[in-house]
Write a protein that binds this ligand. Structure first.
Ligand code: ZN
Length: 377
């Protein structure tokens, strides 16, 4: 989801901060929306409609300040999650600000009981604290009309952030808290199933409210929740099923390999015969030096006498046989690899791990669970 973007030249709490491309579209839009409705905002906030605020470009500058403040608030919210996560020993890969807010990407959720709930609740609590802080400043400091407007906007925005994120829908914070609490009693799997159902229902409800109120942003968020729930549930399922399993147990051992000297003509013959579309390439010592797939053999510049060494991919997606299956699963998902080459400590070929191998392993585990549950009752 987050490909194009700008990474800030500094880190916060040791975490890189990325601004997604979509942010640069939404910021001016927000600035314009707030600016063009400034009189309405002033009235709602109980502020006098001073001409120096509502004339010329000033409303849009105020809108921009408010919009930037909003996304800074989102950033602080994510830093709240990250700070508490780090106390549990979690590593945070990066924080991304995008169209619909922020995401703190945890490399691994700490497995301590209830940790997920505490980390999740830290975000909304941070937003509440920010709102409180802004309120204190408004109450005590002698401020100009413009600053007062921006601060009151931030009080409202942070309250809204806290409340919205407490909705019990995955992947929002409230959904994580609910899932984590349910998991204490029902186990990860059942808890995720229940949370996913609640989340989808809430997403549909939000979508309907958004459509009725013609609130496009709400519809977008509802859609985001609905689609994100599936990914979240899948991830939990995979991590639950693959826990403690190593690549060695799932891989196809001793796969057919080719050497760099093999000619493409022979390679294609082998592919047709074995109905395999990709082969690891090994040197004389059994070291993996590449990977060759049907697409490589079909490139226009390839002649029948071209050798595998000339067309193979040299950057091979590799894992060692001791790698945790979950780690391998993530690697596949992140880089969109269909198969990984499994090697020993010296880089020699041991096996191939395909997506199908992983899915089969998950399905077998699921089946076993269902059966054992069935026998118990
Ligand atoms: Zn949050």
């Amino acid at each position: 989801m987050f490909r194009a973007g700008v990474t800030l030249p500094f880190k916060l709490l040791g975490i890189p901060i990325k601004l997604d491309f979509s942010l640069f579209l939404i910021l001016p839009l927000f600035a314009w929306l707030i600016g063009s409705q400034l009189p309405m905002f002033l009235q709602t906030f109980g502020l006098a409609r001073q001409p120096q605020l509502t004339e010329g470009l000033t409303p849009y500058l105020l809108g921009l300040a408010a919009a930037v403040g909003l996304f800074l608030s989102v950033l602080v919210h994510e830093l709240g999650h990250s700070f508490v996560g780090q106390r549990y020993g979690a590593k945070i890969k990066e924080i991304t600000l995008w169209l619909l807010g922020g995401v703190a990407q945890f490399e691994e959720m700490p497995k301590r009981r209830g940790a997920e709930a505490v980390i999740a609740i830290a975000g909304p609590l941070t937003s509440l604290a920010l709102a409180g802080l802004a309120w204190l400043v408004v109450q005590t400091a002698p401020l100009g009309a413009a600053t007062t407007f921006v601060l009151i906007y931030l009080i409202v925005a942070n309250l809204a952030l806290a409340i919205f994120n407490l909705l019990p829908a995955l992947p929002l914070d409230g959904g994580r808290v609910l899932r984590s609490l349910l998991a204490l009693r029902l186990g990860e799997l059942r808890a995720t199933e229940i949370s996913a159902t609640i989340s989808r229902s809430l997403a549909v409800l939000l979508g309907i409210i958004g459509l009725l109120g013609l609130n496009f942003f709400l519809v977008l968020i509802a859609f985001f929740i609905y689609t994100a729930v599936g990914a979240e549930a899948q991830h939990t399922l995979a991590s639950e099923m693959l826990r403690g399993v190593r690549v060695e147990q799932l891989m196809t051992p001793n796969p057919t390999a080719v050497t760099p000297h093999v000619m493409v003509k022979e390679l294609v013959g082998l592919m047709l015969q074995e109905r395999h579309l990709g082969y690891p390439v090994i040197d004389l010592h059994g070291q993996v030096v590449g990977l060759v797939e049907l697409a490589d053999a079909q490139r226009p510049e390839v002649a029948e006498t071209t050798t595998v060494g000339e067309i193979m991919q040299r950057a091979v997606p590799k894992v060692t046989w001791q790698t945790e299956a979950l780690e391998a699963f993530k690697k596949m998902a992140e880089r969109n690899f269909g198969r990984l080459i499994v090697v020993d400590e010296e880089g020699r070929l041991m096996g191939v791990l395909s997506k199908t191998d992983m899915i089969r392993a998950i399905q077998v585990q699921l089946l076993e669970r269902r059966l054992s549950q069935g026998y118990r009752s």
